[in-house]
Design a protein around this ligand. Structure first.
Ligand code: F6R
Length: 593
């Protein structure tokens, strides 16, 4: 799960590549490296830590002709200089950067070891470099050597390769990991996504699986695995979606939480115009035909799917929700006419891409709800619902989660032509704005009180339970505090054993169907000494509740009050002095399984 970027012929190439790595660090940021080529020499710089650590090692001059760079999220081998990319092959004939995971690398490594090769680091990527070097001995045609290696690889890869005896050409190849080429005037660029490229050229080409490209200063030629040349297909990316700007905010997470209201309003305007819903009619027909909706997603998107499944059940459709990495191993297609809905902010999540292959092989139609037009899932699914939420930079997803739930609410209301949703969402927007202007200080207070706790529990039932799961995930991922979300009724089946004097328990009481049972649970945890923080809606509130919000229709809980939990996680992380936007061990797009 890494970001790679390469370029040839571009002025100030060092800066272009380093800028590209910064654009790609959402894909990983535990170490970084760059190979810069000039005067027939490959200069290699690598460093553990953020890209700024790498920058400290770089020379002042910036007159390089060609280069490749990499930001890493360690999969094979700890973050260390020897495991940084670019990696060199055994005889330093081949240098490459790699994004992806080679599943059979141990097998390939042991066979290369038997043939007399050895390795400097622990990565699967070094095995690929040495494999290409090995085939280059037998095949003068470099593309042939690369395809020979590709045939031996099991797993995912996007590669940019330099051959030590051809310092006028970049080679690139991919399978199941994204790769975009940018055609410039007298230069060409390559990267894991369009962001590092679009500043310099909008002539973008997406490489397909099992394609290779030969990239020179003035030309790009693309080939299939038989080495037949294929024509270039240009693709469009929305430059607005590629903008990365803090606009005066100290962190992207805070900026993105504060954008939630406008994201919801924009979605309403996109999918409801002049009194009618505007979703793709063919897609609506496909949904109406289906007798079972299968949601597949990961992490925060999985939590949004739980809410979405409730919406579908509410309009009379069977619906189930699966974690992508589980469904991938035990795929099931309930119903006679199932339809798959994948939720993915990035549209690049490897677990989902794996699942989509199975869905397609079984001739089941698919919809992706995504924030990323042109992403692998957007291109691969039969239909897509775009969230138009603008680029989400913070690793912890906030506005995209709310956008997913909002889009699914609009979609399911479309099935019954139920226009009241517009009023309901408008009410949510008022509440979001109220929280932003009037409740933030109260949330800061709660964050200050709980920032040094070891565990924080969230409780809820019904829609409040779905949202508790997301609130808990958000807190743990950016504050490193252990947290669990518990369905109120499950407390007495085990988790209540963890509650003792001073255990913080945050409880949502906004679902009128489940509110009175929740009040019972609150008494249970209070009786064991818990410090309880109740977040409720006016008509369900009781004296002593910590935060009380205006009433709204219960099904929109994840839209109306999600910002409370997001601000809470944000402030806890901030008060602990942590890296809010880039929590440890995580990455924005999880492009490995
Ligand atoms: C948490 C978070 C992750 C993602 C998950 C799926 O804040 O962002 O849990 O939701 O990695 O990513 P997407 O939605 O891009 O498929």
């Amino acid at each position: 799960m890494c970001g790679i970027v390469g370029g040839i012929g571009k002025e100030h190439l060092k800066d272009v590549l380093i800028g590209g790595l910064k654009d790609l660090d959402y894909r990983g940021y535990d170490s970084a490296g760059i190979a810069l080529v000039n005067e027939s020499k490959i200069n290699l710089y690598r460093a553990v830590g953020t890209i700024s650590h790498l920058e400290e090692k770089l020379p002042q001059e910036d007159d390089y002709f060609m280069g490749i760079a990499h930001t890493r999220w360690a999969t094979h081998g700890v973050p260390s200089v020897k495991n940084c990319h670019p990696v060199a092959s055994y005889n330093k004939k081949v240098y490459l950067v790699h994004n992806g995971v080679i599943e059979n690398y141990l097998e390939l490594k042991s066979s290369l070891l038997k043939s007399g090769y050895s390795f400097r680091g622990d990565t699967d990527s070094e095995v690929v470099a040495t494999l290409i070097e090995k085939y280059s001995k037998s095949y003068k045609n470099r593309l042939k050597a690369i395809t020979k290696a590709m045939n031996a690889l099991v797993g995912s890869f996007a590669l940019i390769i330099i051959f030590e005896d051809d310092l006028n050409t970049l080679y690139t190849a991919k399978r199941s990991s994204p790769m975009i080429l940018g055609e410039g005037d007298g230069f060409n660029l390559i990267a894991s996504d369009a962001v590092p490229i679009i500043k310099y050229t909008d002539k973008l080409i997406e490489l397909n699986d099992d394609q290779l490209a030969v990239v020179k200063k003035d030309s790009i030629n693309i080939y299939d695995m038989d080495l037949d040349e294929v024509s270039k297909i240009y693709t469009h990316k929305d430059p607005e979606l590629l903008q990365k700007d803090l606009n005066g905010y100290p962190h992207f997470m805070l900026k993105e939480i504060e954008e939630i209201e406008s994201v919801v309003r924009k979605l309403m305007l996109t999918y409801y115009q002049e009194g009618s819903f505007t979703f793709d009619e063919e897609m609506i027909k496909a949904i109406k035909r289906a007798d079972h909706i299968i949601f597949i997603a990961c992490g925060t998107s999985y939590h949004a799917s739980l809410v979405g499944a409730r919406y579908f059940r509410h309009v009379g459709k069977e619906a189930s929700v699966y974690i992508a990495s589980e469904w991938a191993f035990y795929p099931v297609f309930p119903g006679r006419r199932p339809l798959v809905i994948m939720l993915s902010q990035s549209g690049e999540t490897a677990d989902l891409i794996h699942c989509l292959k199975t869905v397609t092989e079984n001739d089941v139609r698919s919809i992706v709800v995504t924030n990323t037009k042109g992403s692998t899932l957007e291109r691969g699914c039969d239909f897509s619902i775009l969230l138009n939420a603008g680029l989400e930079v913070s690793v912890a997803s906030t506005k995209a989660y709310v956008a997913q739930v909002t889009a699914l609410a609009l979609l399911t209301n479309t099935l019954q032509n139920r226009r009241k949703i517009v009023k309901d969402l408008d009410k949510c927007c008022q509440i979001i704005s109220y929280i932003r202007n009037n409740v933030k200080e109260r949330i800061e207070e709660m964050a200050n009180e709980l920032k040094d706790k070891k565990d924080v529990f969230f409780l809820g039932r019904g829609y409040d339970y779905d949202f508790s799961l997301e609130a808990s995930l958000k807190l743990k991922e950016i504050s490193y505090i252990h947290s669990e979300a518990i369905a109120g009724g499950e407390l007495k089946h085990g988790p209540i054993a963890l509650i003792e004097k001073g255990t913080p328990v945050i409880v949502f009481v906004t679902d009128d169907v489940t509110a009175s049972s929740m009040r019972g649970n609150i008494q249970e945890v209070k009786a064991r000494g818990a410090d309880v923080y109740v977040i409720s809606t006016k008509s369900l509130s009781q004296e002593g509740d910590f935060i009380v919000i205006e009433d709204y229709d219960r099904y929109l809980s994840s839209v109306a009050i999600s910002s409370i939990a997001f601000y809470f996680a944000y402030y806890v992380s901030l008060f602990k002095g942590l890296n809010v936007d880039k929590p440890r061990n995580l990455a924005k797009a999880v492009t490995v399984e």
